[in-house]
Design a protein around this ligand. Structure first.
Ligand SMILES: NC(=O)c1ccc[n+]([C@@H]2O[C@H](COP(=O)([O-])OP(=O)(O)OC[C@H]3O[C@@H](n4cnc5c(N)ncnc54)[C@H](O)[C@@H]3O)[C@@H](O)[C@H]2O)c1
Length: 358
């Protein structure tokens, strides 16, 4: 059974590429989620990705307590061959047309294969876009806010494990020093954390040196004898094998899709390793962008919502402990509860204070 409210598939008028927009749920508000421009063996794999990722956005917003629903757009590129600039622009304009036709049911932002600058181009066709460059009135690069949100999640975990949110002297291992990881490592160093860091790019060692961090290989960092491992790179870093080798007490970080398979969350739980679901710990960037650009919150309100990830993670961990669940189960139950509590969109409207504008 299709559990999505709406899925549109167009052949791009200009690019002739498949453009897919999946709206999973608008129960909490109009849908939002990134536009992925990515290569797939078959365009139907792009459809599968859009269905899966839009459902994940519903859970992400529900757990973060935002009045937004889950959506995702995909332009499915052939497995081989790169787009030249002109065809890439055509693909983005085709995506913009599909989003414009939805007339506010879905708003898009950057994702794998797209950037803030691409959102500026989409903004020429439709206002239903976020994370445009700051020079154009958008909220720009989301990674500083993603890093702040991950820091908030780490504080909540520290409180649970050590009775204090303070990370001073805590041993943390950061895997990946890209846009988010480098910022997060800097924030953690400023908090007084003792850092071990890594990246597959040896040039990133400079960042570690600057922060007085220990530099290790990616494998050594993941299995280092530390308090918390912080995944901030790409790919499914938590496999059955790595879960067995971990020596930390918790894994909490901004990387998406950390689990190779869902059962790894249970394995970590059995080993007494606390894992905060990635869609909870990585929400800061989208929370800030959607709050400021779609819900017209002030910069201060948006920052407060990013900081509130600390309370959200605390609530998820408390619920998990009380009911003998994993944090992954507790987070998805929290999302389900919030969705079921949402008013029926088919019901007649009543005056409601809401949160900002939708
Ligand atoms: N940018 C955001 O606002 C945002 C929001 C939510 C989630 N995320 C997630 O956070 C993660 C990092 O995003 P980013 O924007 O910093 O990406 P990025 O491309 O800037 O950085 C990724 C870094 O990871 C390194 N890396 C790749 N594979 C690695 C490996 N196996 N071991 C160690 N290092 C490795 C890369 O060299 C790079 O430095 C991704 O999983 C992304 O999906 C980012």
């Amino acid at each position: 059974m299709l559990e999505h409210e709406r899925v549109v598939i167009h052949t791009g008028r200009r690019s002739r590429l498949p453009v897919i927009v999946a709206v999973h749920s608008t129960a909490l508000g109009p849908a939002a989620g990134g536009l992925r421009l990515w290569h797939y063996p078959d365009w139907r794999d792009g459809l599968t990705d859009a269905l899966r990722l839009s459902a994940a956005m519903t859970a992400k917003f529900a757990v973060a307590g935002l009045p937004s629903g889950g959506g995702k757009a995909v332009v499915a590129l052939p497995e081989r061959g790169e787009l030249d600039d002109a065809r890439r622009r055509d693909a983005l304009r085709d995506a913009a047309d599909a989003i414009a036709l939805l007339d506010g049911v879905y708003a898009t932002g950057p994702d794998v294969g797209t950037s803030s600058e691409d959102m500026a181009l989409i903004g020429e066709t439709t206002p239903h876009v976020f994370c445009r460059p700051t020079a154009l009135g958008g909220s720009g690069d989301s990674s500083p806010h993603t890093a702040q949100g991950a820091l908030a999640a780490l504080r909540a975990v520290s409180r649970r494990l050590y009775g204090t949110a303070c990370l001073d002297g805590r041993r943390l291992a950061v895997v990946g020093l890209g846009r988010v990881g480098a910022r997060l490592a800097r924030l953690l160093a400023a908090e007084g954390a003792a850092l071990t860091v890594t990246d597959v790019d040896p040039d990133k060692r400079r960042i570690g040196d600057e922060l007085g961090a220990v530099w290790r290989s990616p494998d050594e960092t993941l299995t280092a004898d530390v308090d918390i491992v912080v995944p901030a790179a790409l790919g499914s870093v938590l496999t059955r094998r790595t879960a067995a080798d971990l020596r930390c007490r918790a894994v909490v970080g901004p990387a998406n899709n950390q689990l190779a398979t869902p059962d790894v969350a249970d394995l970590l739980h059995q080993r007494g390793i606390l894992w905060v679901p990635d869609y909870v710990a990585s929400a800061g960037g989208v929370v800030n962008a959607v709050s400021t650009e779609l819900h017209r919150a002030s910069a201060d309100e948006a920052r407060a919502r990013v900081r509130a990830i600390e309370e959200t993670v605390g609530e998820v961990l408390d619920t998990a402990r009380r009911h003998g669940r994993t944090p992954a189960q507790a987070a998805s139950e929290l999302a389900r509860r919030r969705l079921h509590a949402a008013p029926d969109p088919a019901a007649p409207p009543t005056a409601s204070p809401g949160v900002g504008t939708r």
